[in-house]
Design a binder for this molecule. Sequence first.
Ligand SMILES: [Mn+2]
Length: 359
Amino acid sequence: MSTVYDARIERVLGYMAQEGLSQILVTSTASVYYLTGVWVDPMERMLAFYLDDSGRRVLFGNELFGLQPAPGRELFVHTDSDDPLRDVVRIVRPGKIGIDKAWPSRFLISLLGQRPDCTPALGSAPVDNARMRKDAEEIEALRRASRINDSVAAAAIEAVREGAVESQLAALVEEKFREAGAGRGHGQLVCFGANGADPHHEPNQSVVREGDSVVLDIFIPIPYYWCDMTRTVFFRSASDEARRVYETVRAANLAAEAVIRPGVPMREFDRAAREVIEKAGYGPQFNHRLGHGIGLECHEPPDNSSVSEVIAEPGMVFSVEPGIYLPGKLGVRIEDLVLVTETGCEVLNRYPKELQIVG
Ligand SMILES: [Mn+2]
């Protein structure tokens, strides 16, 4: 019986042929999971999945990973006292071999020392290209994660009341995510007032004050696919300037989403958002790219920026997150995840984007 993993491996083999690669070592946790259904965080130990154009598939890992045999896949297990490369050096063929971009050099150098007849090449592109175009199972997982994110955002915004503290609100978000079955938290961004002018501000003991912008950028893997959404609301009041900034960012978000469809270079999406912000006079205050691809990792291909070379295709999922940051005053960012469809895009986040005064 053919599985979702067989179908993914077929696609990767096609991209390998395009890249002139007849064998690759896939080593990142997310990419190994994508091709095998096995999720292992190896830490300092060695995990690798070998794939070649004859159809050979071999999984290598430490015995502590609890790896199980599977049809169509060989399994070689080593212990902490073995050379972790022992079986890899026996299996790989002479000549060019594609190596994952983040494989620790201690493993790569050991492999090349033991197999000087192998020539390494960057080998992440075939799997990255496949992962960039989500299949039906992945799309369903991403939709589900974003639906959960909508409800967590609603609970968090509901909790922006007198006395609210950034770090407590961040903890509430993590708790709501955990209740919904999310994986390990990676911190949540909650920024009151001027703190929101730093796009990566870490929540601290700041207490919300009247007129503050409240930026909630909330993201987590809901095993194993990420959600990532940002909403900005105002506590009790919003100045004229805050309203102008908010409506500019909202218009930029909508302008980008309106032009997303297959066949369009992704840099046009960044352009559409940036033009709105530049026309309003805040160009320099939108100091980051429009967004990033997302899936098994929070940031992955495709790049959604002014220099992206990617042409949008159905199945691509990425964030659209324009922002304006006024140091010492406020920050506003509005972020959705979108899926490119056959005719346009599906916005995965449903939480409203109209200006909201809370508390
Ligand atoms: Mn994001």
